[in-house]
Design a protein around this ligand. Structure first.
Ligand SMILES: C[S@@+](CC[C@H](N)C(=O)[O-])C[C@H]1O[C@@H](n2cnc3c(N)ncnc32)[C@H](O)[C@@H]1O
Length: 256
């Protein structure tokens, strides 16, 4: 098993800023975790899928010295401008403007040439594709990621998932949100692995992240939408108390 350390992310201590610039559990520690699990190496070409405002993208470019194409098709919920505009501004702020290229596109319609990337990475994004477009859309996204990776290239997926148990009855109303209901978006590790394998990848490693609960609690305490609405996700996580909600990762390789 890979020995992990969080030396690169630990020095970024302002969690309010990190969670304001990211969108989901884990922040920069999640990116550090995924980078190490994927074996990210300096000079590699990385596709960051669903990069949001690109704070994690910039962290990876600065601390892992990778060349990143960051994609996100949506506009910012708070400010209304394109996510990729934030990515460009943040890349200048982090001093990695020459290593980050942001494009307003999403999977599966990327139009990149086949075999363009050494690594592809997505955190807390594809479960939303599953929620919106169902299994068919999710599989199309995975096949597109396979297409744009070079043979031997590595895909790292980090996603909110649930433990292998039924939804506790008292939690059910709280994970049935009107938009992106967790019960429709979150899946278990086994079905996620099966989908990634069926899309054509070889599975290297898959598990629940050891720090999943910490990441969720950090998100509940620092995400601006959570701070505005404590009866939303923070309440859900409090009622859940670690019984159902988790965070899983899958590291997969495109066959040579
Ligand atoms: C919850 S945010 C996660 C951001 C970040 N990766 C993180 O871990 O904090 C999910 C992002 O996925 C993006 N997204 C939605 N549909 C997508 C698609 N089809 N392809 C790529 N990204 C997509 C959204 O615009 C949003 O910014």
């Amino acid at each position: 098993m890979t020995q992990l350390n969080y030396n690169k992310s630990q020095k970024y201590k302002d969690l309010d800023t990190i969670y304001a610039q990211c969108s989901g559990p884990g922040g920069l520690r999640l990116s550090d975790f995924m980078a190490q699990k994927m074996g990210l190496r300096a000079g590699a070409r990385l596709l960051d899928i669903g990069c949001n405002r690109g704070w994690q993208t910039c962290f990876l470019a600065k601390e892992y010295f990778v060349q990143i194409t960051a994609i996100d098709p949506w506009d910012d919920r708070m400010q209304g401008d394109a996510m990729v505009e934030h990515v460009r501004r943040n890349a200048r702020h982090w001093g990695v403007g020459n290593s980050v290229l942001a494009q307003k596109i999403g999977v599966p319609d990327t139009h990149f040439a086949s075999e363009s990337f050494d690594f592809a990475h997505s955190t807390t994004a594809l479960e939303m594709v599953h929620g919106m477009q169902g299994k068919e859309g999710y599989m199309a996204a995975l096949r597109e990621i396979l297409r744009v990776l070079r043979p031997g290239g590595v895909f790292g997926l980090g996603e909110p998932m649930h433990l292998d148990v039924a939804i506790p009855e008292d939690l059910l109303p709280h994970v049935s949100q009107p938009d992106f209901a967790w019960k429709d978006c979150f899946r278990d590790i086994h079905s996620t692995v099966e989908d990634i394998r069926n899309a054509g990848f070889e599975i290297v490693e898959a598990a629940h992240a050891p720090d999943a609960r910490d990441w969720w609690l950090e998100y509940a305490a620092h995400d601006p939408f959570c701070k505005q609405n404590p009866d939303g996700d923070p309440k859900t996580l409090e009622i859940d108390a670690g019984r159902w909600t988790s965070f899983g990762y899958v590291i997969a390789r495109k066959p040579e």
